[in-house]
Write a protein that binds this ligand. Sequence first.
Ligand code: HEM
Length: 611
Amino acid sequence: MNVKELIERLEMDYKGKHGLKAKVLDVIERKTRVKDDQKLSWPLTLLYEQYSSSSNNTTTSSKSRLVYGMGRPSSSSSPSSSACSRALWSGKFEIDSRTGFVPWSRPVTSLPLAFARWEQALATATIGGQVSLADLDHTQTGTSSQKWREDIAKAPVLDITPLEQDPALLRRAHHVLAFLVHFYVHSTPPDPSTTSILIPKSLAVPLVNVSQKLAIAPVLTFADTVLWNHEIIDHSLPLTRANIRPLTLFTGGPDEANFYGCCAEIELRGVEALRAIASFYDMVSGPGGKGEGNGEKDDEGNDADIDEEYILEQAAECLKIVAGVIHDLSAILQSVREICDPHAFYFAVRPWFRGSDAAGPTQQAHWSQPRWVYEGVSESEHQKLELSGPSAGQSSIIHTLDIFLDVDHQNSGHQTEEDDKSSTPLAPSACPHAKLASTSQNSISSSSSPTSRCPQAATLATATTATVNLKLPNGEFMTRMRRYMPGSHQTFLEQLTAYTHTESQRRSIRQLASRHPDRLMGPYNEAVLALKHFRDLHIRIACLYVVSMSRKANGVPLHGGGANTGMPSMCPAMRQRQRQLEPVRGTGGNELSLLLKSCRDATSRTVLQAN
Ligand code: HEM
């Protein structure tokens, strides 16, 4: 049987049972990237056989059904049983069943001719290497950068109407313009006579217009640097990390490319968790999905009750899949240490990411940390602009896992006295410079005493303890980071949150696990602890790549010292900026240690406690 024949058979066999047919087709699409007349390999034929018999027979292995995202058994041909999966993969949210939040379609690598001016400016900045970071521009003349900026300042404001109907073109336009804005700002030598920097209207106006269409922030985002920043190396092969390379880099170096690659791999690996989550919601959302014998009938008049045993088995299976994926995400995150040098990351890559508020929300604007002013954008509109810059905190897959597992970054719910005990100050153990008191990756409480002699670790610990009574920054940060995601992904996360928490939270896996602790508390906590472990690891990495490096920056010589010391040399503005940035801050100016610790602790608090 070839694919075409199989589809015809499905058309006949599943007439009127669209949900199941769509599911089978989806599996086929995911499992094969084949031409119509290509012969099917045996697993697909088997799959077809399996599901053609399962439409009348519910004895097919439930485990394989969940793995393939096939929903629940009896009455499973009812359309509502797969409504979640269908909605998820429908295209409405721009989420693909093979690549998740990374668009499946071949990325546009160049805009139409009318926008050649933008593409040319980007090519000059990247390929020509003429536009360098002002911080590290030892000559302080930066003549080629200056010429490049002058050309941009003189350029006309282009009308984006020709791009509006095509999301792929809009994405490319956002990518190009946002990179140009960051190239422009960070190649500009600091000017002590002013506390703001003007971004010319030739960039600012179209970027704001394109961003409105995409419902995304008008600044460089995770989407620009990761989701939309790749070209396929071999078109006959699937979209995997090994088969993509970044389109645009600030530095042109492998450290930056590998950082983006690592983030992209996390997105791609996360797709299996997305599929398992969708299957879980399919199961609990269909008629009878409350896991109680409620006597409901499905659309075909069948008894809609489904076996509670089945629900619990499937929920446990789903949690197992999710935990396994998160463990893989940690391994991918850890791999960054081998392929991205912390010095290169901190001194050569990260400075390009800084947004308008890197000094912190309450900090006065300073010439070394100027506020961005978008020329040609009205004052009232300007106030609403989100200009923080890119962060992996904008990764939708991590937000999805938080929602599914019910991690409460707002610190408003499911906190008990017991939970409080697990919310500890940022363990210095999180820092690679600390001698780890606690070695257990999965321990709920990380209450290791701050015994480290490492100044970085001490600062982290002090900062945390001193601010323990202040409002935690993670809720606000995570909410704000959503505004830097493409609008369709924001909508998905909003709807997922609403969907999980409506109707007395009957779709919340946390609630289900707390109602059935004997069956689900173990698998649930395993998934949550996997996420906590991811965040522990992430704190160590942030400490190594950002906190430690910022301390080293104070020892970095001014002009000329870089070549001999292996460290880049800094211009005075960078020194000044270092001082301005104490304590170490992340995207949006949040105090880094507090922020990451709060996210990790919110995850710890999610763990269910045995009564
Ligand atoms: C060298 C690698 C990395 C470094 C140095 C790093 C650093 C940071 C920093 C400094 C923050 C604070 C906010 C900000 O400044 O953006 C942050 C937040 C965050 N990062 Fe990373 N990151 C790295 C890799 C990743 C990867 C690969 C992911 C996964 C996609 C990730 C996910 C997150 C998330 C979800 C947050 C929000 C806080 C949280 O949920 O715990 N990071 N990261």
